[in-house]
Ligand binder design. Structure first.
Ligand SMILES: O=C[C@H](O)[C@H](O)[C@H](O)COP(=O)(O)O
Length: 234
């Protein structure tokens, strides 16, 4: 299977997974990126089984609306039954790096509200140690140089994602060269720097479930059970 086929396979698996959770009045959290897009397209087929969605980006909101799915403002929603989103990397504790598409801040907000966070990814995203994928950090524009210098102190090599403006009007720094052995600690340290909106480590709010698309099918990992019935991928 190609990577696109793997992504499609996991999007379908996510639909099967959420079917057991949703009710006619449910609001679903929907992520951003190429895997999330395939999930949105498949979600259209079951749109009569839930009330609507909260999106983690303008792009996802537009795609949802294009399928006739109602998009709610997060502030008007009491509960999100499940949040489904992709990732750039996932480790066996289901800590993630996200933000390759610059949507990390809104993704983290929606994930925090959701009762359950289901990460959907193809097998190329599973890693022993996070950090081969450059860690995105969303910064207030005037703080970009300051945050860059602080990233160097933390052992990283910051690169400004020039030309990219987030949905929140901010900028992105991609931090290369980090070998992230303690994601919780690094997530907190980076978020303490003035001018950082948030960073792409999802460790304090890791995924609850990882649906990992492999050539042998979709494997299900949860925090309680990183060794799935089908075998240990990590
Ligand atoms: O900002 C973007 C998100 O964190 C994406 O979920 C992440 O980059 C994975 O995207 P894709 O499914 O396209 O690999």
């Amino acid at each position: 299977m190609t990577q696109d086929e793997l992504k499609h396979q996991v999007a379908l698996a996510a639909i099967d997974y959420i079917k057991t959770l949703i009710k006619p009045d449910s609001i679903i959290g929907v992520g951003t990126g190429s895997t999330a897009n395939l999930f949105i397209d498949e979600l259209a087929a079951v749109k009569d089984k839930f009330q609507g969605a909260v999106a983690s980006s303008d792009a996802s909101a537009e795609r949802l609306k294009g399928h006739g799915i109602e998009v709610f403002d997060l502030n008007s929603v009491d509960e999100i039954v499940v949040y489904v989103d992709g990732a750039d990397e996932a480790n066996k504790s289901l800590c993630l790096i996200k933000g390759g598409g610059a949507a990390l801040t809104q993704e983290k907000i929606v994930a925090q509200v959701a009762k359950q966070f289901v990460c959907i990814a193809d097998e190329s995203k599973a890693v022993e140690i996070l950090g081969a994928f450059p860690l995105p950090v969303e910064v207030i524009p005037m703080a970009r140089a300051l945050v860059g210098r602080e990233m160097v102190k933390l052992g990283g090599d910051p690169v400004w994602r020039e030309g990219v403006v987030t949905d929140n009007g901010n900028q992105i720094i991609d931090v290369h060269g980090l070998k992230i052995t303690n994601p919780e600690d690094l997530e907190a340290k980076i978020n303490m720097i003035p001018g950082v909106v948030t960073n792409g480590l999802f460790a304090h709010r890791a995924a609850d479930v990882l649906l990992l698309s492999t050539q042998e099918g979709v494997k299900t990992y949860s925090v309680m059970n990183t060794v799935s019935a089908e075998g240990n991928y990590f």
